[in-house]
Design a protein around this ligand. Sequence first.
Ligand code: CO
Length: 137
Amino acid sequence: MITALDHIAIAVPDLEKAIKRFMEDFGLTFEGTEDVASAKTSTAFFPLPPTSIELIHPLNGEGPVQAFLDKKGGGMHHLCFRSDDLDADIARLREKGYQFLSDEPSIGAHNCRVIFIHPKSCDGVLIELNQPSDDHH
Ligand code: CO
């Protein structure tokens, strides 16, 4: 079951500049950065309860976030819904015809299991589903 809006992700061309903006101009709390090698992405999280803002930037100038920046220059990238039973939600949505970007979940930021729903299954919006590992919360 989907239980929360875990985060909203924004792709940024200059991560340091964007971190400064969210800290100094918007006054949000900077939780730190985390590289997700499997997604070729650097992330920076700003908790804004009950959700978070995630800034994303390509690792080593490659990968899907780099392709997004090349095309759009930056902008809203995805929403993430938190699930309390990721496998059940994937199965339920597959049954309804939803397509996913991968066959299986992978490990994303914060050690969550994550998977992305193809944007063409949701009116052009990229949606991530995640499930925190039990030792995280
Ligand atoms: Co995300």
